[in-house]
Design a protein around this ligand. Structure first.
Ligand SMILES: [Zn+2]
Length: 64
């Protein structure tokens, strides 16, 4: 993969690396701009990557 991630961290599986999104409410402000709300990913708190304990390895064998 061409994307490098910091050691000990993986891209957040919940937001897939896009931790903060702006959602339009459908309303318009008096100046004509769209009213938006900014939402941070609850899993990674807006960091975009998650600790390893959150990103469970897909292949974990206990050794039996
Ligand atoms: Zn996230």
């Amino acid at each position: 993969m061409p994307q490098h991630t910091p050691a000990g961290a993986r891209v957040c599986p919940t937001c897939d690396g896009f931790p903060v999104v702006a959602i339009t409410t459908g309303l318009r402000r008096p100046d004509g701009t769209r009213e938006t709300v900014t939402v941070s990913c609850p899993s990674c708190a807006g960091r975009g990557y998650a600790p390893l304990w959150l990103v469970a390895p897909a292949h974990t064998h206990a050794g039996t």
